[in-house]
Design a protein around this ligand. Sequence first.
Ligand code: GTP
Ligand code: MG
Length: 252
Amino acid sequence: MTATTNPKPQPPPKPAAASEKSAGAVAMGWLHTAKFLTTAPQLHFLPALDVPEIAFVGRSNAGKSTCINTLTQQKQLAFASKRPGRTQHINLFSLGKQGVMDAVLTDLPGYGYAAVPKQDKIRWQQVMANYLVSRENLKGIVLMCDPRHGMTELDEVLLDVIRPRVEEGLKFLVVLTKADKLTRAEGAKALSITKLQAGGGEVRLFSAPKRTGIEEVATLLWDWAHPQGGAGLSAPMTPASEPEATDPSDAA
Ligand SMILES: Nc1nc2c(ncn2[C@@H]2O[C@H](COP(=O)(O)OP(=O)(O)OP(=O)(O)O)[C@@H](O)[C@H]2O)c(=O)[nH]1
Ligand SMILES: [Mg+2]
């Protein structure tokens, strides 16, 4: 009797791994160019821009500001704090090499912070929904979610608000933050559950102190902002129109 042998599985080709690494390095270099651009209490105070904008949203204390600081390799670009509710304005950060702005990151205040008065909560939910629905140059949304709490009711409401735009091509990524607080098995479980809930969006595990997922998220954001591989949109490092009011108190 002759035994049949299956062909040995081939290891992944090396050049792909090498190009993946350099894509991550390119994306990290690009994110390191981040500079504070402007801050505003609501959408109509923001300058109209014609470069892709990527917004970080999620529950208060989820780690949005920390994620922006980690991705941009700047300690205090966005104001992070142990105290929930630290970010209270829409804060814009410009990105682009050689002084040419080619994208913007937006840090938004979190929702769901119990200690905020009800009226303020409702006002903020309206400001955020208005921004997410109406911001014309919005290209992608990063939903930050603490996997120990999972996707909450407010996250689901946000998904409903953005769904029509996601169906029209708005990019969407769920970042599961604070992965350092999970075991490997818990992380894998959170990833697969969230993939089912993310409505076709991307999902990644992320940890600021352990530096998990940083290059992966950076590469995704680069790809969103440069659909033609870098030869796409660019604009001078000035807003298309001046904001009516700015208050840098909430930005570092
Ligand atoms: N262990 C751990 N802690 C983190 C991580 N990311 C953020 N944190 C901590 O979580 C807390 C909240 O972080 P922020 O970045 O201020 O959260 P935020 O989502 O911007 O909060 P708001 O501005 O209130 O909406 C801080 O104490 C951070 O140090 C992470 O990856 N791992
Ligand atoms: Mg914040």
